[in-house]
Design a protein around this ligand. Structure first.
Ligand SMILES: Nc1ncnc2c1ncn2[C@@H]1O[C@H](COP(=O)(O)OP(=O)(O)O)[C@@H](O)[C@H]1O
Ligand SMILES: [Mg+2]
Length: 397
């Protein structure tokens, strides 16, 4: 999988950019010039969402945020084994939400090969794995971080998972608002039954799919972690379901998962109403990470936690490759300075033959020599490409 060109219009600090991309790309420049913004655009093409948990309107260039006709466009020409694909995302200012202030709705529109599509049909057209300093949140952050990690990895290879997540989120919201009404003495039990059944029908797939994925991921994580630590330690990843008795769940036996989920919902009905929340289901599950049997979060050293996060990301790339038959684009945002020389080499070794790798850095000497020699080096200053030279072996243009 590779993107051969990227075009931006009014995206973050890029007024206009048309950039051809080779298979090895180094994006270089001082802090706050737009390096991460460039990777954010590529990630957007893949997942339709930014990794930074910001509002969509923040991606519009400041100059157009308050204009009626303001919009940002990100477009990428990419090549997959199955053929070329052009993905285009337009983020536009919509109606004013309120006559008195200038707050506006934001509208996102998508096209694949020129044809308008929904977000859920865009996800996975372009596959990426992004490494960033925020990856440590996979270990240190709340369970939602790890669920998002699992779901994004699966989403890149399985459209049904994307549709199930979208539906599940909506049903969960409805069920929770009904539970809150019931807590106040309103609402109807028949309605709760309807939402519960709907939750079971969409949620069973999510649980089974994640469990299948984690069973494979566990081996990939262990191997990646072994390579990072010279096999001094073992990292284990295990899916922690809030529904009792779904261990070993598979998509083929999804009916069993649904039955178990249904029983769990019935059992927690009283507590659900008392708290006004749905207490069991995939929205409460977690991925447990242990180093030599001990939880990585409270017990791991910072070094062990970093190695754990890195192993998860390397495993994610290998998982996508196994399922789709091609490497996802590897985006390395500012991660090199945090790694020792040995791990840096491992990360570049993870950039395999035929995998497109795009790395950002403030320091060209942090880049693996061999990688730099075959790279296209792009220097960015204030949202403008000021140099686009292949650098020679001495690091000079
Ligand atoms: N919507 C926006 N419009 C214009 N500039 C923006 C917008 N969002 C962020 N920026 C600018 O982008 C720069 C940060 O870009 P970033 O890609 O994170 O930098 P870095 O090169 O350090 O990775 C900052 O100067 C910030 O002010
Ligand atoms: Mg950055």
């Amino acid at each position: 999988m590779r993107c051969s060109s990227l075009s931006l219009t009014n995206f973050r600090n890029y007024a206009r950019l048309d950039l051809p991309l080779r298979d090895a790309v180094v994006v270089y420049g001082d802090n706050a010039q737009g390096k991460s913004n460039l990777l954010e655009a590529i990630r957007l093409l893949s997942t339709t969402k930014s990794l930074r948990s910001t509002a969509d309107r923040e991606m519009l260039h400041w100059g157009v945020q308050d204009s009626d006709t303001g919009f940002a466009r990100v477009s990428g020409q990419c090549e997959r084994r199955s053929g070329p694909v052009r993905v285009e995302i337009v983020i536009g200012n919509g109606e004013r939400l309120n006559a008195r202030d200038s707050t506006r709705a934001v509208v996102k529109r998508y096209k694949v090969n020129g044809v308008p599509r929904r977000a859920i049909d865009v996800i996975g057209q372009v596959t990426v794995v992004q490494f960033s300093p925020a990856d440590l949140d996979l270990v240190l952050g709340p369970p939602s971080e790890r669920r998002r990690f699992l779901d994004l990895a699966i989403a890149q290879v399985d459209g049904r998972h994307v549709r199930s997540l979208s539906r599940y989120g909506k049903v969960l919201q409805q069920r929770n608002s009904l539970l809150k009404q019931m807590r106040e003495g309103g609402g109807r039990h028949e309605h709760l039954d309807v939402w519960s059944e709907e939750l079971v029908n969409t949620g069973a797939y999510i649980v089974a799919r994640r469990m299948e994925m984690v069973r494979r991921l566990t081996t990939l994580v262990r191997d990646a972690h072994g390579a990072l630590t010279d096999c001094a330690e073992t990292l284990d990843a295990e899916y922690r379901a809030t529904i009792d008795g779904v261990e070993g769940a598979t998509v083929d036996a999804i009916g069993d998962v649904a039955d178990t989920f249904r029983r769990a919902l019935t059992a927690s009905r009283g507590r659900d109403i008392a708290t006004g929340q749905t207490l069991v289901g995939p929205h409460r599950d977690d991925l447990r990470l242990t180093n030599a049997g001990h939880d990585l979060l409270p017990y791991g050293s910072r070094g062990q936690q970093r190695a754990g996060a890195l192993a998860l990301k390397i495993a994610e790339g290998e998982y996508v490759r196994e399922v789709t038959g091609e490497w996802p684009i590897l985006l390395l945002d500012d991660v090199l300075s945090e790694l020792d020389a040995n791990r840096r080499r491992r990360v570049f070794a993870a950039s395999h033959e035929g995998q497109q790798v795009i790395v950002t850095t403030t320091d060209l000497t942090a880049i693996d020599r061999d990688f730099l020699d075959r790279s296209q080096v792009i220097e960015i200053r204030a949202g403008t490409v000021i140099a686009r030279e292949p650098f020679g072996a001495d690091g000079q243009a």
